[in-house]
Design a binder for this molecule. Structure first.
Ligand code: ADP
Length: 368
């Protein structure tokens, strides 16, 4: 078991592409840390540098407080699970699981013990151990790939988008299996995905990356409730946070967020930070579940209520997404399936302004 420490880590490819830019991260022993961000943000490169599959351009990596910059991959005591499984097609499942241990010259009895233990943990039957990878389903193959990591009993598990090739239902199932696995093995796990739902459900802590730079490191609740900046706010959550453009008005000691048909009172705890933006256009962020159809709102004070036109009604089963327009702003309202709003209707919507976020127009950093 081990902690992993990244210090001022950068990867510069030729032509000065800074794929990873000065990343600092302390991953604790037994922690499940997820690196998440859009394609090309540098998460795989970071993982591959930890694994030793990619040279480090600048900075340092420590595993269990040992500097590993110059330690070859095979000596880092790390196991990596890839998206494409990377199983040997001509070997049986048993042989695939045993292969890494054979290479390392483990005694036959120990190999057999470890393979059966891994198979038991992952629910791979004796019959399955005799099959070749092509005789398995996608989910079973991914389980074998994980098994190959487990038998090694590594200090750290690395996962590079391991569920991307599976269909939606299997992904959800494998997600739960990975959580159980982490709970059972109590190992340090570092997991890369572009899927924010996967990140929220799996990570003890989540590292959001963009353009090679770490945007925020937080647990799932804090990441969702208190995004550092507009990028994180828009990336985490589905449907995503609404961004509305408006002007900050000051009237009689109060501040308002205002646009053509919109005038919403800002709550006083923002005043000290929002005052400097008086008269400026800024972005307000609010999640779809923090806007209510007035009929169902608990607190429908006029200063939190505006009129919007319903463009699209999207029933989702337990709830409905209403896509609405007010002036030049479009946003989504998430309501219960009891809501009867219809297309083209004018709807009174109430904003829970205690859940509003404001972002600096120049930097995108959250004003809070
Ligand atoms: P992610 O895993 O977040 O999708 P990557 O870490 O794979 O992103 O890539 C980060 C950036 O580095 C991308 O812009 C990508 O094009 C670039 N990149 C990745 N590998 C190489 C390479 N071998 N040579 C040059 N550029 C690369």
């Amino acid at each position: 078991m081990a902690n992993v420490s990244l210090k001022n880590l950068s990867k510069i490819y030729k032509d000065d592409v800074r794929a990873v830019n000065n990343v600092n991260l302390e991953i604790h022993d037994r922690e499940f840390v997820v690196l998440v961000g859009p394609s090309g943000c540098g998460k795989s490169t970071t993982l591959r540098m930890i694994a030793g599959l990619e040279d480090i351009s600048q900075g340092e990596i420590f595993i269990e407080d040992v500097l590993v910059n110059d330690v070859p991959a095979k000596n880092r005591d790390i196991a990596m699970v890839f998206q494409n499984y990377a199983l040997y097609p001509h070997m049986t499942v048993y042989e695939n699981l045993a292969f890494g241990l054979k290479l390392r010259r483990y005694p036959a009895k120990e190999i057999e013990r470890r393979v059966h233990e891994a198979a038991e943990i992952l629910g791979l039957t004796l019959e399955m151990l005799k099959r070749r990878p092509k005789e398995l389903s996608g989910g079973e193959r991914q389980r074998v790939a994980v098994g190959r990591a487990i038998v090694r009993k590594p200090k750290v598990f690395l996962f590079d988008e391991p569920l991307s090739n599976l269909d939606a239902k299997l992904r959800v199932q494998m997600r739960m299996e990975l959580q159980k696995l982490h709970n059972r093995l109590q190992s340090t796990m570092i997991y890369v995905t572009h899927d924010q739902v996967e990140a929220l459900t799996l990570g003890d802590r989540i590292v959001v990356m963009h353009h090679g730079i770490v945007q925020q490191v937080a647990d799932p609740v804090n990441l969702y409730e208190r995004p550092n900046n507009k990028f994180v706010a828009g990336f985490i959550g589905s449907p995503p946070m609404n961004f509305l453009k408006g002007t900050i008005l000051a009237e009689d000691g109060d501040y308002f967020f205002s646009d053509r048909n919109i005038k919403l009172r800002i709550l006083p705890h923002f005043y000290s930070r929002i005052a400097q933006f008086k008269g400026q256009t800024i972005t307000m962020g609010i999640r779809p579940e923090d806007i209510y159809d007035k009929i169902f709102a608990q607190d429908a004070r006029p200063e939190f209520t505006i009129t919007a036109t319903v463009d699209v009604v999207e029933p989702m089963g337990s709830e409905i997404y209403l896509y609405v327009t007010s002036g030049s702003n479009n946003f989504v309202v998430r309501v219960s399936n009891q809501d009867t709003a219809t297309m083209n209707q004018d709807l009174q919507v109430v904003f829970d302004m205690s859940k509003a976020h404001f972002f600096d127009p120049l930097t995108g950093i959250a004003i809070s």
